[in-house]
Design a protein around this ligand. Structure first.
Ligand SMILES: NC(=O)c1ccc[n+]([C@@H]2O[C@H](COP(=O)([O-])OP(=O)(O)OC[C@H]3O[C@@H](n4cnc5c(N)ncnc54)[C@H](OP(=O)(O)O)[C@@H]3O)[C@@H](O)[C@H]2O)c1
Length: 277
């Protein structure tokens, strides 16, 4: 049984989700249908992944009740202007073939362009019109979140950020907790880097009789972030759900967090300057 977490805005999410980046076309549909049948109820897509259609088709094909699934997509940086953002949300919903999306996020703040406030107002309107059930952001720094709150009185339900042992983001996690924002972790397994081969993770995994991936996902669970591992095969999908009884000690959590480094971002994508359209 997957536990849940609830934001201050009242959105309840499963404590683990399924990343769908690079799961496209027929192969993507098959993998996502399998993920649903394996027990995932939170799907993470984006306009930019070009797989909203595959995600929607998988949800429609699956035996799982639609009402149980949280389908997420994201607004690209090229559509931050208010009207264009609203159109983009409508187009995302249409591509999925579903009546409504459950969660819609601004993908990057692009602060140097400076239009994320317009995008946020458009997401508020999209939610109020019923296109999406809940709204949030990705890659927002505390200063961006504070600006949303000050200008609109509304904080996101979710901030999805890069978070893994090489980049543990303790300050962001604490800030989100204080504000009642749920933290989703992207690239939670370090996206194919050497992370899962780190000796300290292997050692801790052996002590608990779990795999390296499960030890890392157990670290996420213990720290209160919602990991979104992507896995193409059913075996790994199932493995990545068995993470709620790992039971890491505080000392083990600290040893894994000690892998963190200031430049630990996988691709140097610091939201203060990085821009994505
Ligand atoms: N908001 C953003 O800006 C942003 C940015 C990046 C990613 N994301 C989201 O976050 C999701 C996850 O991030 P990610 O795809 O970059 O990386 P990830 O989930 O950290 O890593 C995925 C890699 O780990 C492998 N893997 C999965 N389970 C494993 C296991 N149990 N043992 C060993 N290897 C395993 C996968 O292999 P196989 O697939 O071959 O099994 C794949 O190569 C994305 O799919 C996307 O939804 C969001």
């Amino acid at each position: 049984m997957v536990p849940t977490m609830t934001s201050k805005t009242g959105l309840t999410l499963p404590a683990v989700g399924f990343g769908t980046y690079q799961l496209n076309g027929e192969r993507g549909v098959t993998a996502i249908v399998e993920a649903l049948s394996n027990g995932y109820r939170l799907l993470d897509s984006a306009f930019r992944y070009e797989n909203e259609g595959a995600v929607g088709r998988a949800v429609r094909q699956s035996d799982v009740d639609r009402a149980e699934v949280i389908v997420t997509s994201k607004l690209p940086g090229s559509r931050h202007r208010y009207d264009e953002a609203l159109d983009a949300v409508t187009e995302s919903v249409d591509r999925t073939g579903l009546d409504q999306l459950d969660l819609y996020l601004i993908h990057w703040p692009n602060p140097n362009v400076g239009l994320y406030l317009q995008a946020w107002r458009a997401l508020i309107a999209a939610r109020d019109r019923g296109l999406v059930r809940a709204i949030g952001v990705c890659n927002f720094l505390p200063e961006h979140l504070i600006r949303l709150e000050q200008e609109t009185g509304e904080l996101p339900a979710v901030n999805q950020i890069e978070l893994h042992p090489y980049f543990p983001q303790a300050d962001a996690l604490a800030f989100h907790r204080e504000k009642g924002i749920l933290t989703e972790a992207w690239s939670p397994l370090g996206r194919g880097t050497d992370l899962l081969g780190e000796p300290v993770i292997g050692e801790i995994a052996r002590v608990h009789g779990v795999s390296a991936a499960q030890a890392v996902l157990g670290w996420h669970v213990a720290r209160g972030s919602i990991p979104l591992p992507k896995a193409a095969t059913p075996a790994r999908q199932r493995e990545n759900l068995q993470i709620f009884d790992v039971g890491l000690s505080d000392e083990e959590i600290a040893r894994i967090s000690a892998l963190g480094r200031p430049d630990g971002r996988l691709a140097g994508q610091d939201p203060a300057g990085y821009e994505e359209f």
